[in-house]
Structures are given as structure tokens and as C-alpha cells.
Design a protein around this ligand. Structure first.
Ligand code: NAP
Length: 326
């Protein structure tokens, strides 16, 4: 497993990380045992960056990471990132709301304590605000609270996860040195982050964490027009109506294109999709969401072997597709 620098920190983290949203629930059936085995497998494979959030199953994901780390003897080499959601209200937040109303200081402090307790640790490597609006960039009080918690030794780094519909919402915060990391959506379809964010992040030494690199599973190539998502799987909505048909059509086009250049890269589309993201130097880690050992094993293997050729990369760039349904 190759490692990459994490922004301005001395940390080196595995370029493939583990995302644990599905382990918290909301993706159909997922057993605790399977989730714990996945975390243990990830660590065995050299993965040392795990992303979670308080709202993944109301603490379920954080707790099972805490359990898994305990089984491993709480190794300090594993970096854990969690997220605090804004207090109840619009998601993403509306531009006329105040930052301090959705992320008040008392709430932020209590939330950090809650995550520490779920994870069974004294200090969290990275705490991220789960969403944001660019309207708060002029007065980002919540970030000041998190930086104070950093000084107090409760967390080591401060980050934000971009709002889905506005990947560039935090660019000014990068320029002003207000965040240590930014979590963005970046994949073969959604390439918005490569327009400005990656260069800015490199320039200001802000770590980039990539989420949704597999487009919630579509870029593994395993879906068909007939795929039925289980009851309780949020993707029933994400791929509703004609969205599944459209995404499958576009994935087929990608596969056909790859077949003409290199049949191997079309055979394991999930790996190719991850290698596409790994081409970006600004990326510190790609937190691939995995629900079982074989998925994380396959995802981890994209750190090995050949990188994408310039030709493959250039062809994939042409498959950019922004969906405006957020
Ligand atoms: N707003 C935010 O901050 C935010 C939002 C989204 C995600 N995240 C974070 O980013 C992480 C990654 O995003 P994501 O989980 O939404 O999406 P993703 O990584 O694009 O897709 C993950 C899903 O794809 C399937 N999959 C993964 N590896 C596979 C493989 N090798 N072969 C076949 N199927 C595979 C699994 O679901 P199935 O097997 O059920 O198909 C898995 O749950 C999350 O876990 C979470 O930590 C943060």
C-alpha cells in the first residue's frame, strides 16, 4: 500500500482509505460482524486512514470502529476522521443561516466528546464539519471552535466535507489557511474538484480526502438497468426514475472505450476508477466505501500495479458528467 503526505502534517497515510458510511446503516442489510471483519481486513492490507461520521447510524459506525480498534490493541498508526453534522435543519445549509446557529460552540464541544467516547480514544486525528455553505466563509466561527479544540488536545486536525452541490464552496477557506483538510467528491463522472481545488490544496498544503470515487457503486460496473436496491438502501432514491438507466448507459460507454485501449482496465472497472482518482497528486487518500473484506481487498489492490496511462486518463476525462439533481 503506497502512502501519501497529509497536507502540511508530517503524517503519511495510505492512498486507499476506508469509508464506513454503509457500516452505519442506510444501505440495506449490513451485519456488525461483517463490518468489523472489513475494518480488520483493511488494516491487514495496510490501510491506515478510516473515515466515519456521527450520523452514520447515529454513532453506530463510530462505535464499531472503536470496537475494531480495541481488538487491534488501539494502534496509534491508524488515523481516524469523523464528522459533526450541523444542528437539525436544511441540508445543505441555506445561505441565509448563521454558522453559529447550526454549529454552536457548546454543541461542537459536546459532539467532539461524543465521538471520542464512541471511538474509545482521547484525541481524534481529524474532525470535519459534515457540510457547509460558502455563505459562512466570511465568518466561519465553527472552525475557530475546532481550532481551539486542537490547541486543547482533543483533535489533531480540522476539516470540512464539501456540500454535494457545490464542491468549490470552501476554496476561500483553503486560501486563508482555515482548514487542514477538505473532503471532496471526485470520480470519473464528477471531475469538478480538478478545476480549482486540487491546485489550491497543493499550493496551501491542505490534505484532500476523496469520497464517492466509485459513484456509490456504479463505477464498479456491476449495476444493470434491472438492478434493484434493497429496502432501506438510500440508493433507491439516488438512482431513482431514469437515473439508473442513464448511469448504466454511461458506464457501458466507459467500458467500451477502455476495451479499445486496454481490455484489462475495463475488466476491473472499480480499480480503474480508483486509479483515475489516484492520478491526482493533490489527493492524500481515497476513502473507498467497502462493506466486506473482498471489496476492501479489491479496492486496496488499486494502489498496486500499473498506474493509468496518459491515454487511458485522457479518454476517461471525456466521460465527465455532472448531475444536477442535488
Ligand atoms: N457528505 C459526506 O461527507 C460524505 C458523503 C458520502 C460519503 N462520505 C464518505 O466517503 C465514503 C465513500 O463514499 P461512499 O461509500 O458513499 O461511496 P463509494 O465509495 O463510491 O461506493 C461505496 C459502495 O460501493 C460498493 N463497493 C465498494 N467497493 C466495491 C468493489 N470493489 N466491488 C463492488 N462494489 C463495491 C459498496 O456498496 P454495495 O456493495 O452495496 O454496492 C460500497 O458501499 C463513505 O463511506 C463515507 O465515509 C462522506
Amino acid at each position: 500500500m503506497k502512502k501519501r503526505k497529509f497536507g502540511s502534517f508530517h503524517w503519511k497515510v495510505s492512498e486507499i482509505g476506508l469509508g464506513t458510511w454503509a457500516m452505519g446503516g442506510g444501505w440495506g442489510k449490513q451485519s456488525e460482524q461483517e463490518s468489523i471483519s472489513t475494518v480488520l481486513k483493511a488494516v491487514e492490507l495496510g490501510i491506515d486512514f478510516i473515515d466515519t461520521a456521527q450520523i452514520y447510524g447515529d454513532g453506530t459506525s463510530e462505535k464499531l470502529i472503536g470496537k475494531s480498534l480495541k481488538l487491534l490493541g488501539n494502534p496509534s498508526s491508524i488515523k481516524i476522521a469523523s464528522k459533526i453534522p450541523p444542528l437539525q435543519g436544511y441540508w445543505p445549509p441555506h445561505s441565509y443561516e448563521n454558522c453559529a446557529d447550526r454549529y454552536p460552540e457548546k454543541y461542537l464541544r459536546e459532539s467532539v466528546e461524543k465521538s471520542l467516547s464512541h471511538l474509545r480514544i482521547d484525541c481524534l486525528d481529524l474532525m470535519q464539519l459534515h457540510t457547509w455553505t460558502r455563505a459562512w466563509n466570511k465568518n466561519p466561527e465553527a472552525l475557530e471552535v475546532l481550532h481551539a479544540l486542537k490547541k486543547e488536545g482533543k483533535i489533531k486536525a480540522v476539516g470540512i466535507s464539501t456540500p454535494e452541490q457545490d464542491q468549490n464552496a470552501c476554496n476561500d477557506l483553503i486560501k486563508e489557511g482555515r482548514i487542514d483538510s477538505l473532503q471532496v467528491i471526485y470520480n470519473i463522472f464528477d471531475q469538478e474538484a480538478s478545476a480549482e481545488i486540487f491546485d489550491l490544496a497543493m499550493q496551501h498544503e491542505v490534505a484532500i480526502i476523496v469520497r464517492c470515487a466509485l459513484d456509490e457503486g456504479s463505477l464498479t460496473g456491476k449495476f444493470s438497468k434491472k438492478t434493484q436496491f434493497e429496502k432501506g438502501d438510500w440508493r433507491k432514491n439516488f438512482f431513482k426514475g431514469d437515473r439508473l438507466k442513464e448511469v448504466v448507459k454511461r458506464v457501458e460507454k466507459i467500458k467500451k472505450e477502455l476495451e479499445t485501449i486496454n481490455p484489462k482496465s475495463s475488466e476491473n472497472l472499480a480499480n480503474t476508477a480508483l486509479k483515475f482518482v489516484l492520478r491526482e497528486k493533490a489527493v492524500s487518500t481515497v476513502i473507498t466505501g467497502a462493506r466486506n473484506s473482498s471489496q476492501i481487498e479489491s479496492n486496496a489492490s488499486s494502489s498496486e500495479g500499473k498506474v493509468l496511462t496518459d491515454l487511458e486518463f485522457e479518454r476517461l476525462l471525456k466521460h465527465a458528467w455532472r448531475r444536477y439533481f442535488w
